[in-house]
Write a new protein. Structure first.
Ligand SMILES: [Cu+2]
Length: 809
């Protein structure tokens, strides 16, 4: 039943203190992703504004089977796991590197057949399961293992078993080669050559604390391997970066900008960190000015010798700041710019408990996980299921360069966790001020973190007409209003804005945009790997590749991928008197087996890739389906590097533009957050999904890549801008309807006119906004910006939440 109620602010509360680490503190890595320091930011919270406070709500027709775990559910799962003596778990708060502990608990998606029986038939709601990722540190060979825990709620029937059903790794487990913190070791070695570091990097240091105050030392991700004397060694390469400097801003205040990734110092250290005994670790070499020294002694001798090639390090300065340039004001730009308002309140229905949305013929459910953030499920349009599941699988940022740190870096961002770093949106910037917010909730390290306004949902005017046509007697035109579902994740140095937009013609757009600080390189002997963008700085080239799963279910779910290519042809026709004409035609190809399930886009945008149901042609005999079209920026990109030595067997989803496989509940995701630990033996190996299965008129799943080949230029200083760092895919009806479904829209107009005046205007029942807009109601107070809400889960006391939030993000 739909109701229309007025309620104030969707629960957006919270407080925040101190500074965050960019990745979860329970994740042990060589070095770390650059930090996001915002010390002494005030405790804040967000609220919402709108011209009206009317939020139409509804009750989802079925309960959301993908609903993210509640705090109570997560606490119950964690308590249950602690009760299993065989796991020998230590509370995260007390755990060291040699303990077993809980990394993450999250919802496990139910089997598709069970959900369809529940949604489409008389089936009961599928049983609820959690997936728990445990770190087993109490062993010489530490590993992470995923367990399926359920059914929930916890009863005597609840069991825990390795989640082999959705991971390809044996026993759903992966070795961890950096369970022991290595940062202090790097720091100690660097301090051992403090005289050289001080000289080359032009700093004064009296103690090792000074070293750590000035520099951060971090590098490759994932870790590298080398075989030495027949033995596999674990290798880390690191370099020096400046800790975030305080900069005097235009208003005279001191601001700590997050520009660390723009301050590579050009001094690289190679370490062997094999095994758990740090006394057996060793420095394996030093790279400086494109010269490699195998030992500190060799490096010291070269440095002491006359004629040593000493480089100028990168220095911090105002150029790292993102503030407005002083003393320049563009004409009229101090006036407030245009803004969107929502004159009649929210025009979609939402079930905030079940995360269910209805808008103009579309319905869908939302889920949210620690690894990948927001996903959409059961997307229907005009009563038909179009898509069963739509969501990001993994985001790779694969660098290259002549230095080992850039060459060795291929971030797999789900490891850090898109959900972990999905931040509260800034109304008026990330979203219109009237946007409706939903909270996220993730459960990592036995702490539940709720981000207010992690998901915004709002209608937006595209700013151009959806349809128009002019004649000598009339003009007809239709407003182009879209429903946007958005989240923003700041994963280390980069900020990713994900938008799913729904259009009135049945199109769904998947868009990713990036901003934030690039990861740069020291500029020396690396001309072929990026532009020189500051004094000694290379805009280190890299590929962004973000993989999305779209599980189409067109007209029941038995589907085929068809490729209609527009190609040139030379051909004589019956009417052409034997003369050949150079023209074009459509060449059809069906992808009927997984052996051909890895595809590239043809040149010149020639490929129309359509997922159809061949059993249900329309009355003209054409197959009804949905088409995928790359759109914007670097759409359709995949990783350039062939057989990446960094990603090894973990990058199967990065090699092609799009893929099609047969649906299996065991092939839930293209990647795993934990594959980063051991890419040679990944937790999920996407390539194993291609095993020759027939995919003609089967339940098929499409996996496509968005991204960009990012060659940062001076315009990426200080931050990358989203006008160009963007990529999108349009999923659009193709012969699905007998005509354009947007003809149902009310907000259209036909203006009829004669030679010199308008005779009549048809408005089709649309209502012009009336009354006055109070702009005060459409402003947002930035002092209400909010941090996350964090609740300790073990021991769990919901009445006395222990808030250990480290920062507003
Ligand atoms: Cu980039």
């Amino acid at each position: 039943m739909r109701t229309s109620i007025a309620f104030a602010i969707l629960g957006l509360l919270g407080s925040a203190l101190a500074a965050p680490m960019p990745k979860a503190d329970w994740v042990k890595k060589p070095g770390y992703r650059p930090k996001m320091h915002q010390p002494s930011r005030r405790a804040l919270y967000v609220d919402q504004v709108a011209e009206t406070t009317t939020y139409p709500t509804t009750t989802a027709p079925k309960e959301n089977p993908w609903l993210y775990l509640s705090n109570d559910e997560a606490a119950a799962v964690i308590l249950y796991l602690h009760d299993q003596d065989v796991l020998n778990l230590t509370a995260v708060d007390d755990a060291g590197a040699w303990d077993n502990s809980i990394l993450v608990v999250d919802v496990s998606p139910p089997k598709k057949a069970d959900v369809k029986a529940y949604f489409d038939g008389n089936g009961t709601k599928p049983e609820r399961y959690a997936v728990a990722s445990l770190m087993f540190g109490a062993t010489e060979e530490p590993f992470v293992q995923d367990f399926l825990v359920g059914p929930l709620p916890i009863t005597n029937a609840t069991t825990f078993v390795p989640d082999t059903g959705s991971n390809t790794a044996a026993n759903a487990s992966i070795r961890v080669y950096d369970a022991d913190a290595s940062y202090d070791y790097y720091s100690d070695v660097a301090w051992g050559m403090a005289d050289i570091v001080s000289d080359l990097l032009n700093v004064t240091m009296d103690t090792e604390d000074d070293l750590n105050d000035i520099f951060s030392i971090w590098g490759i991700d994932p870790l590298w391997r080398e075989t030495v004397d027949g033995e596999e060694r674990v290798i880390s390469w690191v370099q020096f970066w400046l800790n975030e400097p305080e900069i005097t801003a235009d208003d005279g205040t001191q601001v700590t900008f997050d520009g660390q990734t723009l301050t590579p110092q050009g001094l690289y250290l190679k370490f062997d960190i094999t095994g758990r005994d740090s006394s057996l670790w060793s420095l394996k070499g030093i790279l400086y000015a494109d010269e490699f020294y195998e030992t500190e002694d060799e490096f010291r001798a070269a440095w002491s010798a006359p004629g040593f090639n000493k480089l100028i390090p990168n220095y911090a300065g105002e150029w790292l700041g993102t503030d407005k340039v002083p003393n320049v004001t563009l004409p009229l730009e101090t006036l407030p710019p245009p803004m969107q308002v929502q004159p009649a309140g929210q025009r979609f229905y939402i079930d905030p408990d079940q995360k269910y949305v209805e808008w103009m013929g579309f319905t869908f459910y939302l889920s949210f996980t620690r690894d990948t953030g927001m996903s959409l499920y059961d997307i229907n349009f005009q009563g038909d299921r179009i898509i069963y599941e739509l969501g990001m699988q993994e985001a790779v940022a694969h660098y290259a360069g002549n230095d080992p740190v850039q060459s060795g870096t291929a971030y797999l961002d789900s490891y850090y966790g898109f959900g972990m770093y999905t931040v509260t949106q800034v109304p008026g910037f990330d979203m219109p001020t009237y946007g409706t917010c939903l909270d996220s909730n993730v459960h990592a390290s036995e702490v539940s973190k709720q981000h207010p306004c992690a998901i915004s949902i709002f209608e937006s005017d595209a700013g151009y007409a959806l349809q128009r046509h002019s004649t000598s007697s009339y003009v007809s035109t239709t407003k182009n209003i879209a429903l946007v579902v958005r989240s923003v994740a700041t994963v280390g140095n980069y900020d990713y804005t994900t938008s799913y937009s729904f259009f009135l013609d049945g199109t769904i757009e998947v868009m990713i945009q990036a901003s934030g600080y690039i990861q740069s390189a020291y500029y020396y002997a690396n001309e072929g790997y990026g532009y020189k963008i500051h004094d000694n700085l290379s805009g280190s080239m890299h590929d962004h590749s973000l993989n999305y799963k779209v599980d189409f279910d067109i007209l029941g779910g038995k589907n085929t991928m068809i490729k209609h290519s527009v190609e040139p042809v030379t051909k004589a026709f019956k009417w052409s008197n034997g003369v050949e004409r150079n023209t074009m035609h459509i060449v059809e190809k069906e992808i009927v087996n997984e052996d051909h399930g890895k595809q590239f886009w043809g040149a010149n945008g020639k490929d129309h890739v359509i997922v159809v149901n061949k059993d249900t042609p329309n009355k003209y005999g054409e197959y009804r389906g949905y088409r995928m079209s790359p759109s914007k920026g670097g759409a359709g990109m995949h990783v350039t590097i062939a057989n990446s030595t960094n990603l090894a067997n973990a990058g199967g989803f990065t090699t092609h533009a799009y893929y099609v496989t047969k649906h299996h509940d065991s092939e839930t995701r293209a990647a795993s957050a934990w594959s980063d630990y051991d890419p040679w033996n990944p937790m999920r190996d996407f390539n194993t999904y291609f095993d020759g299965e027939d995919i003609e008129q089967e339940d098929i799943v499409v996996w496509f890549n968005l991204g960009m080949h990012h060659v940062p230029h001076t315009g990426d200083i200080p931050n990358t801008v989203m006008t160009t760092a963007q990529s999108a895919m349009l999923l659009t009806p193709n012969n699905y309807f007998l005509s354009d479904p947007s003809r149902q829209v009310t907000n259209m107009m036909r203006i009829n006119y004669g030679a010199d005046n308008v005779s009549t205007v048809d408005t089709f029942g649309s209502v012009a906004p009336n009354g006055t807009i109070n702009l005060e109601n459409n402003l947002w107070d930035p002092y209400t910006y909010s941090g996350d809400v964090a609740v300790r889960k073990f021991p769990y006391d919901p009445t006395n939440p222990y808030n250990d939030t480290e920062s507003i993000v």
